[in-house]
Design a binder for this molecule. Sequence first.
Ligand code: ACM
Length: 263
Amino acid sequence: MRIGIAQTSPVFGEVDRNIAEALDLIGQERADLWILPELFATGYQFVDTAEVRELAERVPGGSTTEALVEHAHRHGCHIVAGLPEQDGDHLYNSAILVGPDGFLACYRKVHLFCAEKEHFTPGDRSFPVIDLGIARIGMMVCFDHLFPESARSLALQGADIICHPANLVLPDLAQRTMTIRALENGVFTATANRVGTEARTSESLTYTGQSQIIGPDGEVIGRLSQTDVGVFVADIDVERARNKRITDWNDVLGDRRPDQYKL
Ligand code: ACM
């Protein structure tokens, strides 16, 4: 199976242009599964909640979902990407999975970061795993990386690949935690981060790039630069994520002792 991560540099509010640039980028390589950044079409730094409401879309049915479905259909691939979702009065920082036959799943970010807490409702649907036949796909978004429960919850449901759209601003943090999430769960992780700077409020945010694909031994399969737009694709053996044995005696998930944990 071939998976790809795309590292983009969206211009805030220029949704059509950002979608076109992202699809152009991933259209240049073949992959079975692509991962795009968090809020890839809108940009990240909203000045107020009204702005989120203006740019948020229904899922499925909104124009960003439709554009991704159309691309997935034309190229015979699957895509995970982040977007602001509107459902009634609620706004969610969501990630969707689409494939050649249409919309498949939506995940609503559970752990909100900084000002996201002012604009979005925390996710209410837990962490989803979708079986595509060629692999079982799990989704989480950006700051979820800091909470081991996110990746563990996906691994316990059988995820082979954890797709991780992100807009990371804390230097080198998720690059390290996601290496551990892959290792401690015996899964592949694919983080698609963005680059560039947004300074739409008194705070200037510089996104840290270094999007990466990590293997089940915690090895870096590939990592993009800190500053440049680009893609990285890798052929992976999904079966590696299904063997959780680390010695003849030990199994990464099977040796857990939930009766001894205070959660
Ligand atoms: C983040 O969750 N966007 C850091």
